[in-house]
Design a protein around this ligand. Structure first.
Ligand code: CTP
Ligand code: MG
Length: 241
């Protein structure tokens, strides 16, 4: 059974090693379909929170629940099916474009592959490759641009159709036109899912339902863009920079 996408953290404490706590008393409530953005300086704990949503590590104190169920009681395969991840650097493997997309759902039909590629805005560039969907990518996808690799990552996440999505936005600059294409694919991918995004683009942050500002492992501010601007705290400082 897949989760609906209701995710809660209650007073979560966590450290990678005994004695060094990196998240303190983190509380978080995401309703199905909400978009939650994490912002904060390097080392603040953004990636760590997404690691815990993925249950990559056990927490030290507190509770994490999906649809009210303790994360530790959810079957590993159910959790895996419920979560999609799009990271800054997508791992592509040696194989065809179609195989690289199908990695998100191994029994997907050709039609599903094309549908996911279209949703991701990847269909256009794929059609222009010499062999289309059957073009072979080398191990690291080196023959593709960074933007094209991102579009494949979006297609791969879309084909799995997960209720919960974790995004780590790329910091590196791609040209404006490509960025708009990637953004449109991302927007379509996010639609109707609970999304946790480590946000670098201001447009993403502004459009999130809840922005969480992290500092040294604590959530120091949370609210909508407008709430936080009015609050004139850390977010306001970052934004008006
Ligand atoms: N940390 C650790 N062991 C790890 C990973 C991280 O001890 N395997 C520590 C880091 O040194 C940091 C804290 O955990 O003090 C939070 O790290 P992280 O969540 O990765 O910070 P981010 O906010 O994701 O930082 P960045 O913007 O640089 O990605
Ligand atoms: Mg990080």
């Amino acid at each position: 059974t897949r989760v609906l996408g209701d995710v809660v953290f209650e007073n979560v404490d966590f450290g990678y090693t005994e004695g060094k706590i990196v998240l303190h008393d983190v509380a978080l409530y995401a309703k199905p379909g909400q978009k939650i953005a994490f912002v904060g300086s390097t080392g603040a704990g953004k990636t760590t929170i997404t690691n815990l949503i993925n249950r990559f590590y056990p927490i030290m104190d507190g509770k994490i629940r999906y649809d009210g169920i303790n994360i530790n009681k959810i079957h590993k395969s159910d959790l895996r099916q419920s979560l999609g991840i799009v990271l800054q650097d997508t791992h592509l493997f040696t194989g065809t474009v179609a195989e690289n997309i199908r990695y998100g759902k191994l029994d997907a039909t050709d039609e599903e592959v094309i549908k996911a590629a279209k949703l991701a805005n990847a269909d256009g560039f794929i059609q222009h490759l010499p062999e289309g969907y059957n073009s072979i990518l080398t191990g690291d996808g080196g023959s593709l641009s960074q933007g094209q690799r991102q579009l494949l990552a979006i297609a791969r996440a879309a084909i799995a159709n997960p209720p919960v999505l974790i995004l780590d936005e790329a910091t590196s600059s791609i040209d404006t036109r490509t960025e708009a294409i990637v953004q449109q694919g991302m927007d379509r991918l996010m639609e109707g899912r609970t999304v946790f995004v480590i946000a670098h683009r201001l447009s993403t942050v502004k459009n999130s339902d809840v922005i969480m500002v992290l500092e040294q492992g604590r959530i120091i501010e949370k609210g909508s863009h407008n709430d936080l601007i009015m609050q004139k705290g850390k977010y306001y400082q970052l934004y008006t920079g």
